[in-house]
Design a protein around this ligand. Sequence first.
Ligand code: ADP
Ligand code: MG
Length: 701
Amino acid sequence: MEKSLLHYPIEGLKGVGPARAKLLYNALGVITYSDLLNLYPRRYIDKTAYYKINQLQNTNAEVQIIGKIIHIKTIGEKRAKRLVATFKDETGTMELVWFRGLKWLKDGLKINEPYVAYGKVSKFGQNYNMPHPELELLAVHQQSLRSAMQPVYPLTEQLTKKNISNRTINQIMQHLFRSLQKSVIPETLSERIIKQFDLISKKEALFNIHFPQSQSLLLKAQQRLKFEELFYIQLQLIRSNLLRKAKSKGYAFEEVGDLFHQFYKKLPFELTNAQKRVIKEIRTDAKQAVQMNRLLQGDVGSGKTIVALLVMLIALDNGFQTTLMAPTEILAQQHYKSISALLIDLPVNVQLLTGSVKAKDRKVIHQGLEDGTLHILIGTHAIIEDKVKFKNLGLAIIDEQHRFGVKQRAKLWLKNELPPHILVMTATPIPRTLAMSVYGDLDISVIDELPKGRKPIKTIHYYDSNRLKVIGFMKSEIAKGHQIYQVFPLIEESEAFDYKDLMDGYEAICRDFPRPEYQVSVVHGRMKPSEKEFEMQRFTKGETNILVATTVIEVGVNVPNASVMIIESAEKFGLSQLHQLRGRVGRGAAQSYCVLMTSHKLSADAKTRIETMVATNDGFKIAEVDLKLRGPGNMMGTQQSGVLNLQIADIIADAKILAAARRTAIELLAKDPNLAEKSHLPIRNAFAVLAKKNSNWNQIS
Ligand code: ADP
Ligand code: MG
């Protein structure tokens, strides 16, 4: 690669020097000219726009306003003494305030002459005020008008302390661009892509991101740099996905046979279009002799289990064994029961393997797996123990992926010659745009439709002080023959405390719902699996009216007769957890309810969570709010991804650009997997630079 100025250390740059270079490195990680070029401003102060007083918002933003001073007064004593000028435009009045240099100012200010006031506004009582504005007579301002916006760079306290201000960075940038004038700033996208999306050149974009010549050029610069950033992330993800596929041979499920068709014919309902589409996607994938690695997203109640079962039957039709792994014992049991019931008429051997299966029964299961007479194994982590050996495992389905690490997934692959197809099901949808960025190694299918005729769950928020009302409501639902979940939070660090909460709650409920008229079950983490199972059974069979539990029932239990979900201390739950819990009801024909109980003290975020739950049942919308509240770094499964350290793009706001970038990357790699074409040279070069930076990226050969 040609050695250009871009790789020079900034130490040599005018206005920097060794001391500042060190400071900039420590604070912002900047080493080279190129790093400095890529240090984008956080925001811009728009001195091209003028605000009216009635347009002001309490945002602390810096704005400029044209108006006249109609009145000046000095108020306060001693240190609180200040000069207050009433500033007026045709839409209203506000105050300009000075605490220093009062006398000098007072004499200089002109009454009833048009001024431009510039500064931060804030709201005090009903009035807006601007402390220490920059004030310029309009007549003077018009002559010196600068059309440029001023960039604001990310600065740390450390830098400000050492007198490196925004102005300093701005000056350094000016030196940088001057010294780069004759140097080439290489283009990093192909001509075709630039034309297709009407992008500006890399050089022009970099210049305008630092020195925007107009709003519209700034916008173009941002679009270009965002596209580029997202494009290279996608290119990397998709390429490694292609490499993985090229390497990982898998079993081909060539046909859809008798078991599938027999079962399909007898389904008591018609599959939703989304279910049909997803099955088709999976079939197409599994037909190829390439290992499938797919994520199935679908809201709670969208019918993932049936999809899983149909896909398992395709595996059986092709002579393979299959397994379904669930995160909890209760859920594994539930799957086992419903699936064996559904397959009752078919010659399929289904078994359950969990930690509490006895050694004797285990042996039988191991035997069946090894000689191939056991077709479907349902279970918990117990499935990935070393002793479990399949004869020919063709497909592994993992329910609720966040409970299992990738390592555990990989372990399943090692059971036989070729890795089984992997289908990971999750009911905690993350926005598709985010999924595309973080699960680059997985293909994604989405069930974005609920079965017809579902009544939306009504969600109501009550403060603890309204408990009597809630008890009355519970009694009326029980009188209709319905059942109720009551859930207490479980936070691992304070398990003892939560346990006490739960037991107190249980006692209170037993008092309010006395036997023999009412029956109450309780399930919590300190019980033995067999006790839990016993209590769950009582509830499932309808023998108890209320199930008091910690979050053990969070994932997957299915009791259609339960119509009310009461969540205690709902402010302590995260949004996705709340949504999961709510999904336990609304499975039968009756109108279902979710009651969120909270204390009166709610943080702003907790309030937003509760309001969101009350406002919508849509898991994808909820996921988006969650993303906004917690940031992408905290979303499940994104921690390790590293692709979210975005410099300029915003995964949510720039979803459209992301989609375009992704499409472009897919098309490009389909045509030219090694970026060998001459016209792709800029991309190949840029990719190589990135690969060098990020050692775990795959090198382009
Ligand atoms: P989840 O996606 O949350 O795992 P389930 O697979 O448990 O959802 O399905 C929820 C309920 O909806 C089950 O009782 C299932 O039998 C039923 N169901 C699934 N698909 C359909 C459909 N297409 N029409 C009607 N009911 C369906
Ligand atoms: Mg499920």
